[in-house]
Design a protein around this ligand. Structure first.
Ligand SMILES: [Zn+2]
Length: 401
């Protein structure tokens, strides 16, 4: 009898201590709240790069192998290295390894994000992707995650997300993996497919609790290749293939999906095409063709390029085979009612590659620098959108040479 009671007490004590252990564990590693609705706009995603991020005290930018800081008003810039007489001042270094003593140097930095006092930088190391946790002054750098060859990286709502391709003898397996930023060992696979072994993952971005990306397969069907669009619901992990279309350009948000589908007329002697534009309802999936009555840019066959909470961005194209004159080169900004809110001349920005919706306050334009293949960035103040022309301003990066 006595024995039985003791056993029960021991059992009870065991349960209590297990409960205590469980609660103390979960208290110790609190997972970030999954509240997605009120997150501010934070979209600096180009195809497979993400070269700038916003921090409370300004912006951080990686381009041309170095990490830079730019103040919130874009007027001040420094390289993120305070070593005196550092090699970053030498512009004629022949062996890149000489730069490794510089706090701001990366072999090939492709993506940057900010979270809770630290920068996270993904760096191609020649055989794979290293994601580093970097202090804001550049002096501390620790390995946060070791990714595969193809590795998209982003921090969203306290979690780090990795869009990776693992190679097997059959081809690539595409995966979306996540972990709390505070607990990188706790990774979880949210999505996995081996159906597109030759595809690459593009434009992994996050919006209102969903992860969006597309797998682009150049050989999948036809010479233009196919884009297969995915949406992963981060609340329940549900993966949804949204759309599959050759040479299609799509963006998504609460307004639904906007898609531009190109129809080629000829490739010779110049490439000419017309486009059809669609709105796909996010709930019913109903597809409606849009016309120039919806957005005047559709009448001139402009390229649908991006969208954010408030605006839809088109850029002028040479779809009729005639090169654009400098005056014709522009970004057209519309509100959701189809009112033209701004025209942004782009003749002076150089080779424009991406319109980045950026933040609630600023739009960014990413261009390539022809001489060295690095990127340049321009900003546009969204509060200037009032129906007229708004000139882009260059972000000057200072601190080298
Ligand atoms: Zn340096």
């Amino acid at each position: 009898m006595k024995k039985k009671i003791i056993r029960q007490i021991l059992l009870l004590a065991g349960i209590i201590s297990a409960m205590f252990l469980f609660t103390s564990c979960s208290n110790e590693k609190t997972e970030p709240e999954q509240n997605f609705e009120d997150l501010p706009l934070d979209d600096f995603t180009a195809a497979t790069s993400n070269i700038m991020t916003e921090a409370p005290e300004g912006y951080y930018i990686v381009t041309g192998n170095f990490l830079y800081y730019v103040s919130s008003d874009f007027q001040e810039s420094t390289i993120v290295c305070s070593k005196p007489d550092c090699v970053h001042n030498d512009t004629d270094v022949e062996n890149l390894y000489d730069y490794t003593s510089c706090d701001a140097y990366f072999f090939d930095a492709r993506q940057i994000d900010y979270y809770d006092g630290y920068l996270y930088v993904s760096n191609w190391n020649g055989t794979g992707t290293d994601i580093y946790r970097v202090s804001l002054d550049g002096t501390e750098r620790t390995l946060f995650y070791q990714g595969q060859v193809d590795c998209m990286f982003s921090i969203y709502n306290g979690y780090a997300y990795f869009g990776e391709a693992a190679y097997t003898t059959e081809g690539k397996i595409h995966k979306l993996t996540a972990c709390p930023v505070e607990d990188p060992d706790k990774t979880e696979v949210l999505f996995e497919t081996d159906e597109y072994p030759d595809a690459t993952m593009n434009r992994m971005r996050f919006y209102h609790g969903n992860c969006y990306f597309y797998l682009f397969d150049s050989a999948f069907r036809g010479e233009e290749g196919d884009s297969i669009y995915w949406k992963i619901n981060l609340r329940d992990g549900k993966a949804e293939q949204m759309y599959e279309q050759s040479d299609c350009r799509m963006e998504w948000n609460d307004y639904g999906i906007l898609a531009e589908v190109k129809d080629y007329i000829t490739f010779d002697p110049t490439t000419q095409w017309t486009s059809k534009y669609y709105h796909i309802d996010p709930d019913s999936g109903e597809k409606t063709e849009l016309t120039e009555n919806d957005f005047s840019a559709i009448g001139t066959n402009d390229a649908f390029t991006n969208m954010d909470d408030k605006y839809i961005y088109f850029r002028t194209t040479d779809s009729d085979g005639n090169e654009l004159t400098p005056e014709e080169q522009k970004i057209k900004v519309y509100d959701y009612e189809g009112n033209l809110q701004a025209e942004i001349p782009t003749k002076d920005v150089g080779e424009m590659i991406w319109i980045l919706p950026g933040t609630d306050e600023h739009l960014f334009i990413q261009t390539t620098v022809r001489e060295d293949g690095s990127y340049a960035l321009w900003y546009v103040d969204k509060s200037d959108f009032n129906g007229s022309t708004v000139e882009p301003q260059k972000i000057e990066l200072a601190g080298r040479g």
